[in-house]
Design a protein around this ligand. Structure first.
Ligand SMILES: Cc1cc2nc3c(=O)[nH]c(=O)nc-3n(C[C@H](O)[C@H](O)[C@H](O)COP(=O)(O)OP(=O)(O)OC[C@H]3O[C@@H](n4cnc5c(N)ncnc54)[C@H](O)[C@@H]3O)c2cc1C
Length: 373
């Protein structure tokens, strides 16, 4: 029922704008409005804070169905979860109530600020500093590649509070867009997900009250990594949706397109490509849903030592499948697939990012190797 609801909404209210959002590299405001109106913009927020209280699997299905028509728009629910999950996992009740409630109401979005110009895969090498000063902390530094920066009202920022302790000297804070000293770089000019603004976030003597720290001092990096265990599964869902969108489009096209006097779908070479795409997408789906079930068990307080492996495996596998399936979809449309008159070239460009963010697929393989089941 949830899938049908999201699919209808996505096809009616998001898909019609997907090509323009990409072409004009503009934020998909129509998608945000439609998602907020249907309470699908941040479904993971617990009911206690006015949210829909969707479990991890339901959240994955929402993201998958939106990504099937517009990957940029799927980053609205996905990054709202990424930015706010550190609070759900580790913040005080006061902080949760203060920030999750406006998120649930659709009044504010959340971004997640871990990466820096010199600290990507090696995120613990970050330089952004937070120095205690009386009842507050003063933050200075540059966060890079921040999804939805400028649009989001709230930012979960990881910063060094004790440079001697490397990852154990990092703490997490909520920073508001309106805090004095917060500003943004120019939007990056990207290959894909052009509708999702990616900008630097500059922190210039930003003073935040000490009670905006998420969890205890020195726990920020652990919280950031725990968050990724859950949210890599939402990137897997995004990849899955992009791949399914490409397969669905190609499937329709090959039935219509005639060469040698018959639909190209009648050629076995074409049928085998479609069969491989569908087989790999289904494998990615099962891995992603199984990981989501584990994520939900852990979020509900259960122990599951496999979550780190499963989250990395789902993200890595689904994103590789998305890249392959979208490239094959372009192939199946022939020369037409290579043009912007058809959506599959956008899907191919959008798929690429799923192999890079929330840890590159090389990093996912490091994570899996360290956590072999
Ligand atoms: C569009 C976009 C949106 C993003 N959104 C966010 C966001 O909202 N918040 C946020 O905090 N970050 C975000 N990121 C950052 C993203 O997570 C990083 O780009 C990513 O983690 C890689 O870091 P890097 O770009 O510095 O690459 P590098 O770490 O410099 O890596 C370069 C290459 O070296 C490889 N490599 C590095 N170390 C190893 C190793 N040990 N073994 C093998 N290979 C290795 C990498 O896999 C990669 O191929 C975003 C990035 C992009 C492009």
């Amino acid at each position: 029922m949830l899938r049908d609801t999201v699919r209808s909404l996505a096809e009616a209210k998001i898909e019609p704008f997907a090509a323009a959002v990409d072409e004009e590299a503009r934020f998909p405001q129509e998608a945000l409005d439609a998602l907020v109106a249907s309470d699908l913009h941040a479904v993971h927020v617990p009911e206690a804070y006015g949210g829909a209280g969707a479990d991890a699997l339901a959240t994955v299905i929402v993201i998958e169905e939106i990504a099937r028509v517009c990957a940029s728009s799927s980053l609205i629910p996905a990054v709202n979860k990424l930015g706010s999950l550190p609070l759900v996992l580790s913040a005080s009740e006061e902080l949760k109530a203060k920030y999750l409630t406006p998120l649930a109401r659709g009044e504010a979005m959340f971004s997640y600020c871990l990466s820096e110009p010199e600290a990507g895969s090696d995120a613990a090498g970050m330089k952004t500093r937070a120095v205690r000063d009386g009842d507050s902390y003063v933050l200075n530094g540059v966060k890079r590649w921040i999804t939805n920066a400028g649009v989001s009202e709230y930012y979960t920022v990881m910063a060094v509070t004790d440079p001697e302790k490397r990852s154990k000297g990092i703490s997490a804070f909520v920073v508001e867009k309106s805090d004095e000293g917060v500003s943004f770089g120019a939007p990056e000019k990207k290959l894909g997900i052009k509708g999702s603004p990616t900008r630097e976030v500059y922190l210039d003597n930003v003073r935040v009250p000490a009670d905006r720290m998420i969890g205890a001092e020195g726990t920020g990096f652990a919280t950031a990594m725990k968050t990724l265990d859950h949210t890599r599964i939402t990137i897997a869902a995004q990849a899955l949706g992009i791949a399914q969108g490409a397969l669905d489009y190609a499937k329709g096209y090959v039935r219509e397109r005639k060469q040698f006097g018959k639909p190209v779908a009648d050629f076995q070479g074409v049928q085998f490509m479609l069969a491989d795409m569908a087989m790999k997408i289904e494998a990615a789906r099962q891995l992603t849903y199984a990981a989501a079930a584990k994520s939900e068990r852990v979020a509900a307080g259960g122990a599951d030592a496999d979550l780190t492996f499963q989250g990395a495996a789902a993200k890595c596998f689904a994103s590789d499948v998305a890249m392959e399936a979208t490239t094959d979809a372009v192939q199946l449309l022939g020369g037409y697939g290579y043009t912007r008159d058809y959506p599959v070239e956008r899907m191919m460009r959008d798929a690429k990012i799923t192999q890079i963010y929330e840890g590159t697929n090389q990093v996912q393989r490091i994570v899996m190797a360290r956590n072999l089941p």
